[in-house]
Design a protein around this ligand. Structure first.
Ligand SMILES: [Zn+2]
Length: 279
């Protein structure tokens, strides 16, 4: 997971360029929800501005960093659910020794049309895993501006702009596996919940994708600096437009610090790809 840098003004300008009326229509809809005190409409219109997020995120899932090659796999995801919120309890381990906020029937209906409540995500992350979860450490708030809601202390990380922490400051990779940068505190727990909720450490498609990138990067790094094409490829693999670039950057950092260990990790990566090549 990485941050996709953009200011709120620039994001709004990108939306206006796609549809000059969208933000005004969005405000009207929010006022309807405010009166009704719930999200309720016959048809949605966030699909009209999907291309803004596709371009910003380089067609990558905002949570798992896969490149979304099939348009049918690309959802506009509401970071805070517009309808009721379910209680998140990890399924593959004992319950957490801390609260994650519980269920909330109201849902964040005032954010159904807020540009800073959107990102694109793959169907696996959005529909199968995130569903309508939004675990928080604080108290839920009904507000029409995400900037005013930081005291909710969400566990999930919002990757667009600078509303939230930079995901790479909290989450790194050791080989193909995600790792928490902080040893304790809310930052540590955020990554624990992110990994569990999106199954970032066990989804084979992700593990194989990261392993392929690590090996490709290793091959290119071993030609560096003699070969211009290798330099260009290294630059690409560690850029935000490449799949799994947080993992690639973590490996690049390891290569700079400890070349022998990097060679070992690259060896494990290619072994993993070959063992799972039929999947
Ligand atoms: Zn995903």
């Amino acid at each position: 997971m990485i941050r996709y840098a953009i200011t709120e003004d620039k994001l709004n300008a990108e939306i206006d360029a796609i549809s000059p009326t969208w933000r005004d229509r969005a405000k009207d809809r929010i006022e309807t929800f405010r009166t009704a005190q719930k999200y309720d409409e016959a048809s949605s219109m966030w699909g009209e501005i999907k291309s803004v997020y596709r371009t910003l995120q380089h067609d990558k899932c905002g949570y798992c960093e896969r490149i979304l090659e099939d348009k049918r796999d690309i959802d506009v995801e509401h970071f805070r659910p517009k309808k009721s919120v379910k209680s998140f309890i990890p399924t593959n381990q004992p319950p957490y020794p801390y609260s994650t906020g519980g269920a909330w029937d109201e849902g964040y209906y005032l954010l159904a049309y807020h540009p800073q409540n959107y990102l694109i995500a793959c169907k696996m992350c959005n529909e199968a895993l995130k569903k309508s979860y939004f675990p928080i450490a604080g108290t839920r708030q009904q507000n029409d501006d995400p900037k005013q809601m930081v005291s909710e202390n969400p566990f999930l990380i919002y990757p667009i702009g600078d509303l939230d922490d930079d995901p790479e400051m909290l989450l790194e990779f050791v080989g193909i596996f995600p790792k928490r940068r902080y040893l304790s505190g809310h930052e540590n727990r955020r990554v624990e919940v992110m990994i569990d909720l999106f199954e970032l450490d066990i989804r084979e498609k992700l593990l194989i994708g990261r392993a392929k990138i690590i090996y490709a990067l290793w091959l290119a790094l071993n030609k560096y600096p003699q070969d211009q094409r290798s330099q260009d490829y290294i630059h690409y693999l560690t850029s935000s437009s490449s799949a799994h670039c947080n993992c690639a950057r973590s490996f690049y950092h390891l290569f700079q610090q400890d070349r022998a260990r990097a060679e070992e990790v690259a060896g494990y990566a290619i072994e993993y790809v070959m063992e799972n090549r039929s999947k």
